[in-house]
Design a protein around this ligand. Structure first.
Ligand SMILES: CC(C)(COP(=O)(O)OP(=O)(O)OC[C@H]1O[C@@H](n2cnc3c(N)ncnc32)[C@H](O)[C@@H]1OP(=O)(O)O)[C@@H](O)C(=O)NCCC(=O)NCCSC(=O)C[C@H](O)C(=O)O
Ligand SMILES: [Mg+2]
Length: 285
């Protein structure tokens, strides 16, 4: 199965919410994360699992659906994997991953089943130990990407919420460093105040500036802003085209544009940005 090449917006949809699950295939998020973990109460877990397995059999969703399963040490993980094995989601998300041993455990569990050979493994980094071990976790070849979990992390840190996420800065940057060191994907955490579009916009801009590929979301009204901010802007596209054209007259591998130095690496960055813009244009046309 082809997996969507876009990573701007990852919308959590609680598996227990029948109406939300039914809506998911119509929503313009790049990815849908059906949640079986924290958004689902214990007594609702069996019905949520059945509902999510049925939802991901929809071909419109198959290529962009992830399922967040319950914790490795929970009573639900075996049932989750047994049921999802035949539903074959494009990706599984494992919460509260803290060390390489957890990834080895995941790898061993997935090998027990036949249905997960091509299933991506995404990990949530949302505990102090997870952040401290993130470089080794992301180095494991079975791991495709990381999703940051600010709520759990703030709770364990006894940290306060603030506009600039001051308490989380080190953790956010360590996650981006680990992902980039191993050429994986990095998705920023959710913004809880789903009616505050200005706050969401600020947090998306901050996440993109730090190096995240996209952001996880909790409400459909957060999708448009997130898709916009994690896409190249018209000004960035024009600048990228100008960089490429300026470098055509480079002397000894150096050119200038509006008083700024341009090297081959800037051309590579410009080409990557134009490729992303092209993929978005194709996807949205
Ligand atoms: C946050 C919400 C509980 C708010 O729900 P509600 O009050 O029902 O919102 P609205 O009335 O504005 O909803 C309007 C309609 O949109 C649908 N809806 C709402 N949210 C979603 C969604 N996420 N996906 C799909 N559809 C959605 C409603 O059903 C309404 O439709 P209708 O009934 O037909 O009118 C709610 O948004 C929500 O549950 N969000 C997701 C919560 C969640 O998944 N939490 C867990 C993941 S976040 C996390 O765990 C973070 C991480 O681990 C960490 O540690 O930080
Ligand atoms: Mg969490």
């Amino acid at each position: 199965m082809d997996i969507s090449p876009l990573y701007r917006s990852f919308l959590f949809v609680p598996g227990a919410n029948e109406r939300a699950v039914a809506k998911a295939s119509q929503l313009p998020a790049d990815r849908i994360i059906f949640d079986l973990e924290d958004a689902v109460a214990s007594d609702a877990k069996p019905a949520a699992l059945t509902r999510v397995c049925s939802a991901i059999s929809d071909p419109d969703l198959a290529s962009r659906a992830l399922v967040r399963v319950n914790g490795l040490d929970s009573a639900y993980i075996a049932a989750d994997l047994r049921a999802l094995n035949t539903a074959t989601p494009a990706a599984l998300v494992f919460p509260k991953i803290e060390k390489v041993d957890h990834v080895l455990q995941i790898d061993a569990l997935l090998q027990v089943f036949k249905g997960f050979q091509n299933t991506q493994v995404w990990v949530m980094i949302e505990t102090p130990l997870g952040v401290l071990n993130v470089a080794q976790i992301m180095a494991h070849p079975r791991v495709t990407g990381l999703i940051f979990g600010p709520n759990d992390l703030r709770k364990s840190l006894s940290a306060q919420t603030s506009e600039n996420r001051d308490a989380l800065q080190t953790s956010l940057s360590l996650c981006v460093l680990a992902v980039r060191a191993h050429d994986k994907y990095c998705i920023d955490g959710v913004y809880n105040n789903f009616n505050d579009n200005d706050g969401l916009m600020r947090e998306c801009e901050q996440g993109r500036m730090l190096g995240f590929d996209g952001k996880s979301l909790i409400h459909p009204n957060q999708i448009a802003t997130t898709n916009q901010i994690f896409a190249p802007s018209i000004a960035e596209i024009t600048h990228a085209e100008n960089v490429i054209s300026a470098f055509q007259s480079a002397i000894d591998g150096l050119a200038t544009l509006n008083g700024e130095m341009i090297e081959e690496l800037h051309v590579q960055q410009a080409k990557a940005l134009l490729k992303q813009a092209q993929i978005i244009k194709q996807q949205e046309s």
